[in-house]
Design a protein around this ligand. Structure first.
Ligand SMILES: Cc1cc2nc3c(=O)[nH]c(=O)nc-3n(C[C@H](O)[C@H](O)[C@H](O)COP(=O)(O)OP(=O)(O)OC[C@H]3O[C@@H](n4cnc5c(N)ncnc54)[C@H](O)[C@@H]3O)c2cc1C
Ligand code: FES
Length: 282
């Protein structure tokens, strides 16, 4: 019984940016098995919904996984209330296909906003495979940036871009790619993770530039096992399930407009869930 009490214990919690928290959770089996690009499905407490979160880092010796979570609705708000020493109801994983890692040359890993967390383990793995990894951290403003030191360790070089110019260069993730392309010449691959519009416009640009691009998709997910069809996305005109076929796909073949529409399906239910949570904590 002691083992059960200790599992999925929250060992460390830190605010990285407004409404963005880092959670270090005890989960030895997941920490040992996980590979770059994979995610877990977590249930914060008994009866709460299950949400997918990328494994931002893991320590197989200490038996911990690190999650970086943006508070956007009721479940992530509930998660933010969990205190160090308490434990999550369950944490299932590692799920999803790992990132394909090979030595291919210069790779640009772009993290937009909360996407900085999931791009981190991919940058680590690509560098370990012998690639030259240029990291791009992009956010609306300096207050929303995090993982600067972690990304500097994971990459050969890191460039920072903000929409308002409050840190690094002023401009968007697409401007960063244009700059690197002009300097480096040959980029073997771009890995872009962030909000859907960011991934859409990065993919549009890299298609024009002829640079292979991987994106990590974040649709509505339900069972995470490929059985329910909830995470369906269209890639190259074919239906794929993000939880088993992804989460990474060729950005040039993803139907981003359909993905945006499907993400908004439960907007009304999400609003009601948030209202219920606010009433509960009053
Ligand atoms: C494979 C995968 C990995 C993910 N990894 C991370 C991660 O590492 N860190 C993290 O913070 N989030 C991650 N997400 C997104 C996370 O699962 C959602 O933010 C979470 O489920 C929202 O739950 P909620 O009940 O708090 O908000 P909800 O009430 O469900 O949503 C509130 C509002 O947030 C927005 N929203 C909800 N889900 C998403 C989404 N998937 N993408 C963009 N906007 C959304 C919508 O506008 C919605 O109205 C990942 C999603 C997937 C599918
Ligand atoms: S979440 Fe059910 S099929 Fe992917």
């Amino acid at each position: 019984m002691e083992l059960l009490k200790q599992s999925f214990e929250l060992l460390e919690k830190r605010e990285l940016a407004p409404k963005v928290n880092l959670y270090k959770v005890r989960a030895p089996q997941v920490a040992r098995a996980r590979k770059a690009g994979q995610f877990v499905i977590i249930r914060v407490c008994e009866g709460s919904e299950r949400i997918p979160l990328t494994i931002a880092d893991a320590d197989p010796v200490a038996g911990t996984v690190t999650l970086v979570v943006q508070e956007v609705g009721s479940t992530t708000a509930r998660m933010a209330q969990v205190k160090v020493g308490e434990r999550f109801a369950d944490l299932l994983g590692p799920l999803g296909a790992p990132t394909h890692v090979a030595k291919i040359g210069t790779v640009v890993c772009v993290g937009g906003g909360i996407g900085i967390a999931p791009v981190h383990p991919i940058a680590q793995a690509l560098k370990a495979a012998g690639n030259r990894v240029i990291g791009v951290l992009a956010a609306r403003n300096t207050g929303l940036l995090f993982f600067r030191d972690e990304m500097r360790k994971a990459c050969d070089e890191v460039r920072v871009w903000t929409d308002d110019g409050s840190e690094g260069k002023k401009g968007l993730a697409t401007d960063a790619i244009k700059e690197i392309q002009a300097e480096v010449g040959q980029i073997a691959e771009v890995v872009a993770i962030g909000p859907v519009p960011m991934m859409k416009f990065v993919s549009k640009l890299t298609k024009e530039l002829g640079i292979k691009t991987q994106v990590s998709l974040n649709p509505v997910m339900v069972d995470g096992t490929g059985m329910c069809g909830g995470c369906r996305v269209s890639v190259d005109g074919k239906s794929k399930f993000v939880c088993v076929d992804g989460p990474e796909f060729d950005g040039h073949q993803v139907d981003f407009d359909e993905l945006s529409r499907r993400q908004a399906i439960y907007k009304e239910d999400e609003r009601r869930a948030m209202e219920r949570l606010v009433k509960e904590v009053r």
